[in-house]
Design a protein around this ligand. Structure first.
Ligand code: NDP
Ligand code: 2IT
Length: 445
């Protein structure tokens, strides 16, 4: 890291103690910025890096609700509105017991640059709660979502801050939160949330968008190497929203996914995953992935297994942060993997990223590869603003073009800064420069 930038990084650590995921996300971006500061001394003079590392606003609140036994439950809610230089704050909401301020800040920080890369007018934010949705009844989820929104509604709005889903928050939760927002404000303000149901202001393709977009991004990286998905053996971690639609698009592009997972274990099905079954188990019945083997006797379930041990051509971590470490990365490379696309946010540890970058394989970092979700959220906002709804084909084509553009922007930026093929550097610099220029133009913001 550049010496002057290291001082900024040290101060970020001192000012935000014990937020290790936030430190990790900041470090990864700041390590790319040395050549940018050399080229743009005005960024340093106006303290753009220092400003970008400080959220514009952080909201932390109590979420009280009652469970089905009529007991009072208390959780903590968050919304970190990180940067609005390019548009209203935009980013998902995560419900997971591991959530604390450091997780929301890492996600919000990444979101600034991701959203900049999309080319859409959206700033960066993230929210969530340490609420644990697993095993909760529908009524409990409803009461929690209503209570969460009862505080959040005063901080958001179609021109202010537009939340969406993330881990533990999908169409059901967005519906409950939208309903509560509508009651509290007495307004039909469709553009305040994205990921809505298609019958009431949602966009076709939003559900599929992150996974489809990640597969499109990897397809572009493969094309840049003169390759394609055709006949490639793939592994995709997780079995949630991002994993499911990554698998779907890989299959459509001619690849074969043989493994997926959840936080308990790994499914390996050599002849190719049965996606209809996965959708039924996960989306409809909300069951665990281990039940897959009840329907396919030739599939294997390994409790606490490591999906990265399975040899593959393409690996797509699509579950959670730091799920793929240096050893896993070395194993993937040794087993002949040629491309890795991050569907999740920051799923690869810094050591893992180093292994991939040094190996010369194609490595697509999350802030570029998984930007299809938020891009399609921005397309949902466009449809809401014009009171229109587009066809699946048109929306998917828009998404595809956006992913190609993001790929090319990262690719060309890496070349411009003398590190061809380094999509990490390309994504960080291209995203940062866009935000930095907007902040400079707006004065002391
Ligand atoms: P879901 O809640 O739909 O699915 C999450 C999946 O990841 C589940 O299979 C879950 O397993 C697994 N998982 C979650 N936490 C952990 C953990 N701590 N350890 C192991 N496995 C875990 O979430 P999404 O698919 O929406 O999100 C997945 C990733 O993609 C996240 O990193 C998210 O930030 C990122 N992302 C999501 C976008 C979206 O539009 N939804 C957009 C861009 C990025 P289990 O059920 O056992 O917990
Ligand atoms: O990490 C992400 O980009 C998301 N969870 C989606 C954000 C959004 O606003 O659609």
């Amino acid at each position: 890291m550049d010496d002057k930038i290291k001082l900024i990084y040290d101060s970020v650590i001192a000012r935000n103690p014990a937020e290790k995921e936030f430190h990790q996300a900041v470090k990864e971006v700041l390590e790319s910025l040395g050549p940018v500061i050399a080229k743009h001394p005005e960024f340093a003079q106006h303290k753009i890096i220092e400003r970008i590392c400080e959220p514009e606003r952080q909201i932390i609140f109590r979420v009280a609700w009652t469970n089905d036994n009529h007991e009072v439950m208390i959780n903590r809610g968050f919304r970190v509105q990180f940067n609005s230089a390019l548009g209203p704050y935009k980013g998902g909401i995560r419900f997971h017991p591991t959530v604390y301020l450091g997780i929301i800040k890492f996600l919000g920080f990444e979101q600034i640059f991701k959203n900049a890369l999309t080319g859409m007018p959206i700033g960066g934010a993230k929210g969530g709660s340490d609420f644990h949705p697993k095993g909760r009844s529908d009524c409990e989820i409803l009461r929690f979502c209503q209570s969460y929104m009862t505080e959040l509604y005063r901080h958001i709005g179609e021109h202010t801050d537009v939340p969406a889903g993330d881990i533990g928050v999908g169409g059901r939760e967005i519906g409950y939160m939208y309903g509560q927002y509508k009651r509290l404000t007495n307004k039909w303000e469709a553009g305040v949330l994205t990921g809505k149901g298609v019958a009431w202001g949602g966009s076709l393709v939003r559900k599929e968008a992150t996974g489809y977009g990640a597969a499109f991004f990897v397809d572009e990286m493969l094309k840049a190497k003169g390759q394609s998905f055709d006949g490639k053996v793939c592994t995709v971690s997780g079995s949630g929203n991002v994993a499911i639609y990554t698998i779907e698009k890989i299959h459509q592009l001619g690849g074969k996914c043989i493994a997926c997972s959840d936080s308990n274990g790994v499914i390996l099905h050599e002849k190719g995953l049965d996606l209809d079954l996965i959708k039924q188990l996960k989306e409809v019945e909300r069951r665990r992935i281990k039940d897959y083997v009840k329907y396919h006797k030739d599939a294997i379930y390994k409790e606490k297994g490591n999906i990265w041990e399975i040899p593959c051509d393409v690996a797509m971590p699509s579950a959670t942060e730091n799920e793929l470490n240096g050893k896993d990365a070395a194993m993937l490379v040794k087993n002949g993997c040629i491309a890795v696309g991050e569907g999740a946010n920051m799923p690869t540890t810094p050591k893992g990223v180093d292994v991939f970058l040094n190996s010369g394989i194609a490595f697509g970092p999350g802030k570029a590869a998984n930007a299809g979700g938020v891009s399609t959220s921005a397309l949902e906002m466009q449809q809401n603003a014009s009171r229109d709804s587009w066809s699946f084909e048109h929306t998917e084509e828009r998404l595809h073009q956006i992913m190609k553009n993001i790929h090319n922007l990262c690719f060309e930026t890496a070349e411009e800064y003398g590190e061809p093929g380094n999509y990490v550097l390309g994504a960080n610099i291209a995203g940062f420069v866009k935000v930095a220029k907007a902040m400079l133009a707006m004065g002391l913001v």
